[in-house]
Design a protein around this ligand. Structure first.
Ligand code: ADP
Length: 316
């Protein structure tokens, strides 16, 4: 339903995205996850025909985003990160305007507007002025305009950014209900949101897709190894190589400015904490903390997108 091949976009000399390839099937709800500046909005702007790519191709429901952009726009409901609302219009007038832009006119218009007002729970505020509504309600109006004409694909860019917790719950519930009728690409830098709403996650970092899987599989994949956090007090020079030499230790990360804290990745089938404790004590260091951490998707994400310098690198 949404396909990209080798999508690349340069802003001047800067590659905002490079060789981005993914396929989203009809009916899937896919999270597009990455830190700020990773390239999510750039990819979305290309998919929604707001700008062309430098190289590669993108298709929505088989229609080329560059060559048949008008048709693509009819197939995609887009909720941008900042919804451009006319704040002095009422909800219903704004939706009339948005419907007109989408070519919904005449006798179909009022019925279609009432339909999206119903889906988004806007009945009570339909005659109020947008400028007087809470941010949560404005976001619902943004969703309502995206739903006009029932497009098969919805692209939602950071749909809950800037909302308060109660509003976040409501918007997520609404998105959850929309999954029945639409293929959804949801961009977010909020991991619990993606884990909660999506069948699959695409993780983008520095303009490239670094992982794609279900939230559950991503967790399982990384849980083959165990993570141990160690904190010591004293002269910890040389401790990282000693930890690395223990059988079963896969990787040790240590940062100068983290108050003697080490992040140790080990083989999950081995219990290495007693050995690590002995090593610390033998080196006459004080043991402040030694614990096994369970990886949440949030921590997995941090692993995927941050390169923790090893001891050698942090010393140079
Ligand atoms: P995200 O949506 O994941 O935060 P963006 O797609 O907005 O990421 O940005 C990707 C990269 O492209 C960033 O390095 C950003 O600074 C850069 N960038 C985005 N838009 C522009 C632009 N209009 N001109 C120049 N650089 C841009």
């Amino acid at each position: 339903m949404i396909e990209t091949e080798g999508l690349t976009k340069f802003y001047g000399p800067l590659a905002a995205i490079r060789d981005v390839t993914f396929h989203i099937e009809r009916g899937e709800v896919v999270g597009f996850l990455g830190p700020n500046g990773a390239g999510k909005s750039t990819t979305i702007r290309i998919l929604t025909c707001y700008m062309p790519a430098t190289a590669g191709s993108a298709r929505i429901d088989g229609t080329d985003c560059f060559e048949q952009s008008l048709e693509v726009r009819r197939k995609v409901g887009y909720l941008p990160e900042n919804v451009p609302l006319y704040l002095d219009l009422t909800v219903r007038r704004f939706l009339r305007f948005a419907a007109g832009v989408k070519g919904i006119n005449g006798k179909d218009q009022e019925g279609e507007i009432s339909r999206v007002i119903g889906i988004c729970g806007l009945e009570k505020v339909s005659h109020r002025i947008l400028g007087h509504l809470s941010k949560g309600y404005r976001q619902r109006v943004g969703l309502a305009q995206a739903l006009l004409n029932s497009p098969p694909v919805l692209i939602l860019d950071e749909p809950t950014i800037g909302l308060d917790p109660a509003q976040i719950v409501e918007i997520r519930k609404l998105i959850h209900e929309l999954r029945e009728e639409h293929t959804i690409l949801l961009s977010s830098h909020v991991l619990p949101e993606v884990a909660q709403l999506c069948d699959r996650v695409l993780i983008i970092n520095k303009g490239q897709i670094v992982a794609t899987d279900t939230p559950g599989n991503l967790t399982a994949q990384l849980q083959k190894s165990a993570q141990i956090v160690l904190q010591v007090d004293g002269d910890a020079a040389g401790l990282a190589p000693a930890l690395e030499s223990l059988e079963g230790v896969q990787r040790v990360s240590f940062r100068e400015n983290q108050h003697g804290r080490f992040w140790i990745e080990t083989d999950r089938s081995r219990e290495l904490r007693p050995e690590i404790a002995r090593l610390v004590v033998d080196r006459r260091l004080d043991l402040l903390e030694l614990k096994l951490v369970d990886l949440s998707l949030e921590e997995i994400f941090m692993q995927l997108v941050t390169e923790e310098p090893s001891q050698e690198e942090s010393e140079t």
